[in-house]
Ligand binder design. Structure first.
Ligand code: ADP
Ligand code: ZN
Ligand code: MG
Length: 484
């Protein structure tokens, strides 16, 4: 039985809320001027502030504030004119200060929502809050000895935490929601969305309840899911686990669990700590954050066109299918590439087809994104011109396109250097057709006896003989003349 079926059959409903951490793409850390660059030698990007020396004073990075306001506005949040930081106290070796600076009772963004599409239906997922906080360092467990190492380069890197309402009802929805957040964050340029490197990760809260029950069930929290698949798989597993416990008359324990991707299960990590365990209190070393409406308005005015709106525009303006428009607008650079080609005179549907079929295939083969692509929109449009002029056939164009992609050369040069011009010379095509007819007397007889679908066979043979270069329209016409 499939996972989802079990829930249906047993008439339980899942309730899910996600807490997503996104690393902000600022050059420097949130409270000091150390670099946020990924992958440097351990402890080379640190200073008294981010390693928590007593007396060192934090100062808020304005860029981080701008980024979170951008995100809040895009996700339909209210931006608080007055908010502040708080200390969350706990001990861990990667947290030298003994507390994390975060926001608690007065976050910068509240009461928003994003929309996701599941099976063609639009669903709104509420956002409780988006707040700023600093990341902790990294504990490294490697080497032979009985010890762990700590790298503090990541300590103080700015994060935003996006907390959803418990509005999500299935692992699929959770994954779609997470994908939507990633797309938006990347469009805004506030987070690179790299889940493997941990710049986007998610804690998933989940409970189940009998379908007729109003109150939510007791939830568990699955920590640190760093891929879309893991979000889906971990939730599927956890929902089944909870349903099974309830079916057997047991009770769900509120706790924090970890996803074990090798075994495909969630495992208990610790019983859930309560807010009061952290002794939150207002951060005394930072002034409250007061943002004036004028700045918010400026940021609002600077927001880029967002994916949902862009997608709708691609459908209405260029006459694209919903599916194509969705794919083309999934990443801003891809949408820009598309529009640049159209602006240069490419026929909208043709550009879309070439991107979706040929370009995507080539990029996928190398596991590359459009940003790493050296082929320019103008080169595609120039190739279209060669097709229109009849210099190359649509079939040969595929070869030309691949060559352009791989070598960076222009279509015209490739066609000339490789001798790929279409043969539109009637005498040459005539000759090829005569040869084919001479080689296949039986088929000619059958054709003349009425087996007309053999025309395809003859066209194929002529194209083979001319290495795909004969003008297909002329081949068709001349063949019909000669065979009749
Ligand atoms: P906690 O106090 O345990 O941190 P919060 O109320 O702050 O819980 O919510 C944290 C996250 O858990 C939010 O994303 C919220 O939507 C989600 N959540 C809250 N209650 C439930 C529940 N009963 N089942 C599933 N998710 C829930
Ligand atoms: Zn620092
Ligand atoms: Mg909470």
């Amino acid at each position: 039985m499939k996972d989802v079926d079990i829930i249906n059959v047993l008439k339980y409903e899942a309730v899910i809320g996600l807490e997503v951490h996104a690393q902000m793409l600022t050059d420097t850390k949130i409270f000091c001027s150390c670099s946020t660059k990924f992958g440097s030698e351990p402890d080379t990007q640190t200073c008294p502030v981010c390693i928590g020396m007593p007396g060192a004073l934090p100062v808020l990075n304005k860029k981080a504030l701008e980024f979170i306001i951008k995100t809040g506005l895009t996700m339909n949040c209210k931006i608080s004119p007055y908010s502040r930081f708080a200390r969350k106290n706990y001990f861990y070796p990667d947290l030298p200060k003994g507390y994390q600076i975060t926001q608690y009772e007065l976050p910068i963004c509240e009461h928003g929502y994003v929309e996701i599409a599941v099976d063609g239906e639009i669903k709104r997922i509420g956002i409780i809050r988006i707040h700023m906080e600093e990341d902790a360092g990294k504990t490294i467990h490697e080497g032979e000895g009985n010890y762990s190492l700590v790298d503090l380069n990541r300590a103080g890197v700015p994060l935003m935490e996006i907390v959803s309402e418990p509005d999500i009802r299935s692992p699929r929805e959770a994954m779609e929601y997470m994908k939507k957040l990633r797309t938006i964050l990347r469009y805004l340029g506030v987070c690179d969305g790299n889940m493997e490197q941990g710049s986007l990760r998610c804690d998933a809260n989940v409970s189940v309840r009998p379908a007729e029950q109003k109150e939510f069930g007791v939830k568990t929290e699955i920590k640190n899911l760093n891929s879309f698949k893991f979000v889906e798989k971990a939730l599927e597993y956890e929902i089944k686990r909870q349903v099974k416990i309830l079916e057997e008359g047991g009770k769900i324990k509120q706790e924090t669990r970890l996803w074990n991707s090798e075994r495909g299960i969630t495992e208990s990590m610790r019983t859930k700590e309560e807010a009061h365990d952290y002794r939150y209190f207002p951060e005394p070393d930072l002034v409250p954050i007061i943002v004036d409406q004028k700045w918010i308005d400026e940021i609002q005015a600077s927001l880029p066109e967002l994916p949902d709106i862009k997608r709708k525009r691609f459908v209405s303006e260029y006459g694209l299918a919903e599916y194509d428009a969705d794919l083309l607008t999934s990443e801003r650079p891809l949408a820009d590439w598309y529009e640049e080609a159209v602006r240069l005179g490419g026929q909208p549907k043709a550009v879309s087809n070439w991107i979706m079929v040929e370009l995507m295939r080539l990029l996928n083969e190398e596991n590359k994104s459009i940003e790493g692509c050296t082929l320019k929109p103008k080169q595609l449009v120039d190739m279209f011109k060669l097709i229109e002029k009849g210099t190359i056939s649509g079939k040969i164009a595929k070869t030309v396109f691949e060559e352009m992609y791989k070598t960076g050369k222009d279509a015209e040069d490739i066609v000339r250097d490789k001798g790929l011009e279409q043969i539109s010379d009637e005498a040459a095509i005539d000759k090829a057709i005569d040869d084919v007819i001479a080689m296949h007397p039986k088929e000619v007889e059958r054709f003349r006896a009425g087996e007309e679908k053999l025309i395809g066979f003859f066209v194929g043979q002529v194209m083979k003989l001319t290495k795909g270069k004969a003008n297909p329209k002329m081949v068709n016409e001349l063949l019909k003349k000669k065979l009749s």
